[in-house]
Design a binder for this molecule. Structure first.
Ligand code: TXA
Ligand code: MG
Length: 352
């Protein structure tokens, strides 16, 4: 299969290109497109065979369910069996945007989308290219992140191409995605609304609307039988290099990372560090490969650049990565979640 690429300006969308992409979706094909979080790999969510193509292209196991994307919150009754009051409230606050709601599955949604389950994950993305595509297709679009299973999520069209060239029909290139981490997945089928995956809408912002919200805190380990949200597998989003996450106060964190990095270097490893911009001086002149994801105080920038920074470390052919934590507040929780998974549980907590 040849993979075509159309470039689009999100501020001035070429309707003819969107119409051609929508036609590919309606014909059962696979189209990667930018959302505000990461690039998605889309197919007609109402057609089981189209959806099966997504799993094949990604090498994704069939037991990992997909998110259904809508152009408008008003379309929600088309894909879910029931729209609770809470869903309306959350939609009014956060849609379009990076919040995914888990609700009872509507009869129109084939079981292939939900991995056979009776719930369906739904969101309305805010990216103009995503909304134009869904609207023009006239059907809800099922889309996981547009990467091979277990790899880093793509935040640029070239990342999609690197993973999926020859496996999908079309990539809509709308430039880098502004949020950079995936949507927050919130279950509304649990007794208390529960965050299954921290993401682009922070826990604090949900708490301001919900009063109570639980956080599924223990990622289940791969191979565990009952998986609440399969995306919570503890190893996921992995770069090629072995990654260790360092947590703790900056005064203790940076010296601990320096010592560990220099020891690894002495053992002959090519060592990469994922840091905040303010940390670079501390490591200057050492035989280490340094990459900053953004300023410590601006987690929106860190989130936006997180996956591209990990990819840059892979491209620099490091074989180990030491990454610093950015705290649990705001987007820090999603950043920590992705780095913890990339670390496959290798987390070092440095005492003050
Ligand atoms: O930002 C995003 O959410 C991106 C863009 C493309 O929309 N999509 C994305 O999809 O990250 P994916 O497939 O990589 O991750 C979807 C997550 C997985 O953790 C999956 O297990 C969970 O949502 N999920 C999907 N359906 C579910 C359901 N019915 N119940 C619980 N978790 C579900
Ligand atoms: Mg994914």
């Amino acid at each position: 299969m040849q993979t075509a690429m159309f470039s689009l300006d999100p501020q001035a969308i070429d309707a003819a290109l969107i119409a051609r992409a929508a036609e590919v979706v309606r014909a059962g094909g696979l189209v990667a497109f930018p959302t505000e979080t990461v690039y998605g790999l889309g197919a007609n969510a109402l057609d089981a065979q189209s959806v099966a193509g997504i799993f094949a292209a990604k090498d994704r196991p069939a037991h990992d369910p997909l998110i259904v994307h809508l152009a408008d919150a008003a379309d929600l009754p088309r894909v879910v069996a029931d729209v609770p009051e809470l869903a309306r409230t959350l939609a009014a606050h956060f849609w379009p945007g990076p919040l995914t709601l888990v609700l009872p599955r509507g009869a129109q949604i084939p079981p292939e989308v939900t991995a056979g389950g009776e719930t369906v994950a739904v969101r309305v993305p805010s990216h103009p290219v995503a909304r134009a595509l869904i609207r023009a297709a006239g059907v809800p679009i099922a889309a996981p992140s547009a990467n091979r299973f277990g790899r880093l999520s793509p935040t640029r069209a070239e990342d999609v191409l690197a993973d999926l060239e020859g496996r999908i029909d079309l990539i809509l290139n709308g430039g880098p995605t502004p949020v950079g981490v995936e949507s927050t997945v919130l279950s509304l089928v649990t007794a208390v609304p529960t965050i299954l995956r921290p993401g682009g809408v922070s826990r604090e912002r949900l708490q301001a609307v919900l009063k109570t919200v639980d956080l599924l805190s223990k990622p289940v380990s791969p191979g565990t039988e009952r998986v609440v949200s399969p995306g919570m597998l503890s190893q996921h989003y992995a770069p090629q290099a072995a990654l260790t996450l360092y947590q703790g106060p900056a005064e203790a964190l940076l010296p601990a990372m320096r010592e560990a990095a220099l020891n690894l270097r002495a053992e002959g490893h090519r060592v990469g560090l994922l840091l905040a911009e303010e940390d670079l001086d501390f490591f200057a002149g050492l035989p280490l490969i340094l990459r900053a994801a953004g300023p410590r105080q601006d987690l929106a920038v860190v989130a936006r650049q997180l996956f591209a920074t990990l990819r840059a470390l892979d491209a620099a052919a490091v074989d180990v990565i030491l990454a610093r934590d950015f705290g649990p507040a705001g987007l820090g929780l999603a950043i920590r979640d992705r780095l913890t998974r990339a670390a496959g549980g290798h987390v070092v907590t440095v005492a003050p």
